[in-house]
Ligand binder design. Structure first.
Ligand code: URP
Ligand code: ZN
Ligand code: ZN
Ligand code: ZN
Length: 476
């Protein structure tokens, strides 16, 4: 036969089907999926393993600027190394526009960071922090044409927050371009108010990060984003949803017929605000500071309800790693003085699949096919990578993870390939683990060993999202 590689005897799982089949790979693509294929130039025995589309993580932060705070712990080399070790083959990080900068120049900076360093394929979402007339009128439409077909806007953070008028302008622009808008829904003024009150009362430990931005603050912003999206008739993706109240806002909008989509993350089914208390309300709680903050066990159940009932389409890591102890000079000492200065974000690109598999599939909350949809297929469809990425069928890129459904592991830092000096999931027991990762038919990671090289991954120019078509057509 003329296959370069045949993966033999595994159980092939897609978002639709679970079948015992061989997978034939030629020139980096899947050439055949059949009951039994002839050997190719190479053969891998996958008996006892699941063969799934490589994970696509559509929410990761790599090599973002520090804005005076500590540097991010992952650039493209370590971040994507961690991604492939965790069974992923595509990531979509963000190209952030600092205020006052041109969007195009910002994108060029990120390409410089990624070029030759990435172990997996990658696209970019844009982060719009300065929606000037020229950004909305010229730069954004041109970048959407060039394959940056989604962008994120923020309703909080000093350096990123947009006011309501700006949100509406960006939404309207997205509608015209056919781009998908991702929204970080937390209310800036409410957080500022709470932060100042807490600091005045001497409540500065990392735990008060969670107190400063309770679920109501996320719910309010979620509702506001949905209302603005309705007004401008633009589909929106509400990212990193933490609990019942924002989940119910999205569900309410979906039942109304609005094109509102939802994403959730491992931290919202595996961590709680109590983790931010650390050992004894001490600074070790800083390891769990992310936004929105993890909530409580009832929130985990609400997130599962949203996952099971289709409120959420994607399960992403929101990988955004910082050093805890850090390499010399990397840590901002200010982070020890108040939760306000603890950088927001935690590592998770490598542990996303095992956590969802273990708590979802093994514990009987979701099917194998739902697992694949939530970790790969829906990301490809949502962000314009389908039908190149996200499934196992002839013509798709041969991006695969061979998965041992019975492997028991304990998540710990020494297993991780990221740049951060800790994992927030330290000590968590999981069942199900990636055994081998193939990027376009190349073995890139095996049993925790990195086999691929920086530069194996390439830039993905993404198509328009089929989910981003406005409810009422393209013309106003
Ligand atoms: O705390 C988080 N999630 N930091 C990453 C930035 C973001 O808002 O996604
Ligand atoms: Zn536009
Ligand atoms: Zn965010
Ligand atoms: Zn994020």
């Amino acid at each position: 036969s003329d296959f370069d590689l045949v993966i033999r005897g595994g159980t092939v799982v897609t978002a639709a089907d679970t079948v015992r089949a061989d997978v034939g790979i030629r020139s980096g693509r899947i050439a055949a999926v059949a009951d039994r294929l002839e050997d190719g130039a190479a053969r891998v025995d996958a008996s006892g393993l699941l063969v799934m589309p490589g994970g696509i993580d559509s929410h990761v932060h790599l090599a973002q600027p520090a804005f005076g705070g500590p540097a991010m712990a992952d650039g493209f080399e370590t971040g994507t190394r961690s991604a492939i070790a965790g069974g992923n083959t595509t990531v979509i990080p963000f190209a952030l526009q600092p205020r006052g900068a041109s969007l195009r120049a910002s994108v060029a900076d990120y390409h410089k960071e990624a070029d030759g360093r990435s172990y997996c394929d990658y696209g970019f979402h844009l982060i719009i922090s300065d929606p000037t007339a020229s950004v909305l009128g010229q730069e954004l439409p041109a970048l959407v044409d060039d394959g940056y077909t989604s962008f994120k806007v923020f309703m909080t953070y000093d350096d990123l927050v947009l006011n309501d008028r700006q949100l509406l302008e960006v939404f309207d622009c997205a509608r015209g371009c056919g781009a998908l808008v991702m929204v970080h829904c937390e209310g800036y003024d409410a957080i500022r108010f709470m932060t100042e009150r807490l600091e005045q009362a001497g409540r500065k430990a990392p735990y008060y990060h969670a107190v400063s931005r309770p679920e109501s603050v996320e719910r309010e912003a979620t509702h506001r984003a949905i209302s603005h999206a309705e007004l401008t008739d633009v589909p929106v993706m509400i990212v990193h949803v933490s609990g019942r109240e924002p989940m119910e806002q999205i569900r309410w909008a979906q039942r109304k017929g609005l094109k509102v989509y939802g994403e959730t993350c491992p931290q919202y089914i595996a961590l709680t605000a109590d983790d931010l208390k650390g050992l004894n309300m001490d600074e070790t709680g800083g390891k769990y500071v992310c936004s929105p903050p993890p909530r409580d066990h009832a929130s985990w159940e609400a997130i599962w309800e949203g996952i099971r009932t289709g409120v959420f389409q994607t399960f992403s890591s929101d990988h955004c790693p910082f050093y805890y102890e850090g390499e010399q000079g990397k840590l901002n000492p200010k982070a020890r003085t108040s939760f306000r200065w603890v950088p927001n974000g935690i590592p998770g690109v490598e542990t996303r699949l095992p956590i969802l598999y273990s708590k979802g599939v093994v514990e009987g909350r979701i099917s194998l096919n739902e697992f694949v949809a939530l970790t790969s297929t829906n990301h490809a469809k949502m962000y314009g990578l389908y039908p190149r990425k996200g499934s196992i069928a002839p013509g798709f890129d041969a991006d695969l993870v061979l998965w041992d459904p019975n492997r028991k592991e304990t998540i710990r830092q020494e297993l991780m390939h990221h740049g951060a000096d800790y994992t927030p999931y330290e000590g968590m027991a999981v069942t199900g683990w990636p055994v081998a990762t193939y990027l376009r038919g190349m073995l890139v990671a095996e049993e925790g060993r990195i086999v691929g090289e920086p530069g194996d991954g390439g830039f993905l120019k993404r198509g328009l999202s089929p989910y981003a078509v406005p409810a009422h057509g393209r013309e106003i």
